[in-house]
Design a protein around this ligand. Structure first.
Ligand SMILES: *Cc1c(COP(=O)(O)O)cnc(C)c1O
Length: 410
């Protein structure tokens, strides 16, 4: 097996990309799906933006370094990863705030309908945002119907305004069939919002080809934009003339610097902007995306599948690992770039792994989640992570009380 793994690394067409990341020694990072690793170019860019652009050029930098255009230029860098033509992606705010904008936009486009269908087990913030809109507008204007996965198709009836789903489930890694669900929903006149938090930069996407209406996604997970990196919105260009988003701030105005007292939305995707963007955060994401410039998303996906398959096959060689029960789909085609396992001591196992240099994460109530980022993981890292896992499980090292003290962020 050792021989085999060395060979997998030697033949890996993406292996050179790892050099673009600043990774700590003696650490195997299996949490890039929560916070992507630091691209060296982001560290350099942030330093330059702070010291030279801001330090020397002050206010003139908004024009001189095109700061004002960054939400759109960075959006156009993300677009190819989504299978989207340019002019349909803007980088702004967080997923939560962007869902608010899109949900109200979509509800306004469907004046005779008010139901938002989503799924139980969706990422909580997605459901919370609908609940907030329900409280704001009243249940006659917005009503959440979160159903079990198997009831989704039946819930798509002609009184539904919006179907809002997360493409790859954060807990299990299960992938929804975007094409089928988009088609079924649209056949009933329902607008579709996809949350791509665990998809963008992890799996190939075809938003334009699948005729998706709207999407949101995350800058700090697989796109490696840094903690709290701005998120993005995709809105298909066919909708641009009919949208009116509710957070009508000056940056989304047709002419912000006219300082007119009445709001007039910008044409196109720019109207989804609200206030002044964080240029430092935007610059970090902009530089991080350069790593993807010459990277084929199908190659990323192929390697991701091989990494997860290797992890599972090595895990199955050890009886002491059988207590960790796979909660992700067994079929690779149906799961994203992660593997989740349930165990009653999941939290302590995570803490023990972290102390031994292997970083997964814990998702309440009982999941150990391993994220696989093909841009900077080697096959040998997977083998080493399994060795560490074996030590911890075989000797029950995780049962030490120190591994049970919970921090605020898990
Ligand atoms: C990570 C994640 C978010 C994060 O939302 P923010 O508002 O950007 O913090 C939202 N939805 C899903 C599905 C996620 O995985």
């Amino acid at each position: 097996m050792t021989q085999n793994i060395e060979q997998l690394d030697r033949l890996d067409s993406l292996s050179a990309i790892r050099g673009h990341f600043a990774l700590p020694d003696n650490t195997i990072y299996l949490d890039g799906n929560s916070l992507g690793a630091l691209p060296k170019a982001s560290a350099e860019r942030v330093h330059d933006v702070v010291n030279r652009q801001w330090g020397d050029d002050l206010i003139s930098a908004w024009n001189k370094h095109s700061w004002i255009d960054l939400p759109l230029t960075v959006g156009d860098k993300i677009a190819p990863l989504l299978g989207a033509a340019s002019g349909q992606v803007v980088v702004t705010d967080s997923i939560s705030v962007n869902l608010f904008k899109l949900l109200i936009t979509a509800l306004n486009m469907q004046p005779d309908r008010h139901i938002v269908v989503s799924e139980q087990g969706n990422f909580p913030t997605d459901l919370y945002m609908v609940q907030g809109i329900e409280a704001l507008l009243g249940e006659n204007h917005c009503k959440l119907n979160a159903v079990p996965t198997e009831a989704l198709v039946d819930a798509l009836t002609e009184d539904v305004a919006v179907l809002m789903l997360t493409h790859i489930n954060f807990r299990s890694g299960r992938i929804h069939d975007m094409q089928r669900l988009t088609r079924l929903a649209q056949a009933k006149g329902i607008l579709v919002i996809w949350d791509l938090a665990h998809s963008a930069g992890a799996v190939p996407l075809e938003l334009d080809a699948l005729h998706v209406d709207f999407a949101v996604g995350c800058g700090y997970k697989y796109l490696n934009g840094g903690p709290g990196a701005p998120a993005f919105i995709y809105a298909a260009s066919r909708h641009h003339a009919h949208i009116r988003q509710p957070l009508s701030g000056w940056m989304g105005h047709a002419n912000p610097f006219a300082f007119s007292e009445s709001y007039q939305p910008a044409e196109g995707i720019r109207q989804f902007l609200t206030g002044t963007p964080s240029i430092i955060a935007m610059a970090a994401l902009d530089a991080a995306l350069d790593v993807y410039a010459d990277t084929d998303m199908q190659a990323v996906r192929d390697k991701s599948v091989k990494l997860t398959e290797l992890f599972l096959s090595l895990k199955n060689e050890h009886a002491c690992l059988s207590e960790l029960e796979l909660q992700s789909p067994v079929d690779t085609a149906q799961r994203g770039s992660q593997l989740s396992f349930s165990h009653k001591d999941a939290y302590a196992i995570c803490q023990a792994l972290i102390e031994h240099g292997v970083i997964p994460d814990f998702r309440a109530p009982d999941i150990v989640r391993f994220g696989f980022t093909p841009l900077y993981l080697r096959y040998s890292d997977i083998a080493q992570a399994i060795d560490v896992l074996v030590t911890i499980m075989d000797e029950k090292r995780y049962s030490h009380p120190k591994y049970n003290e919970r921090s605020t962020v898990t």
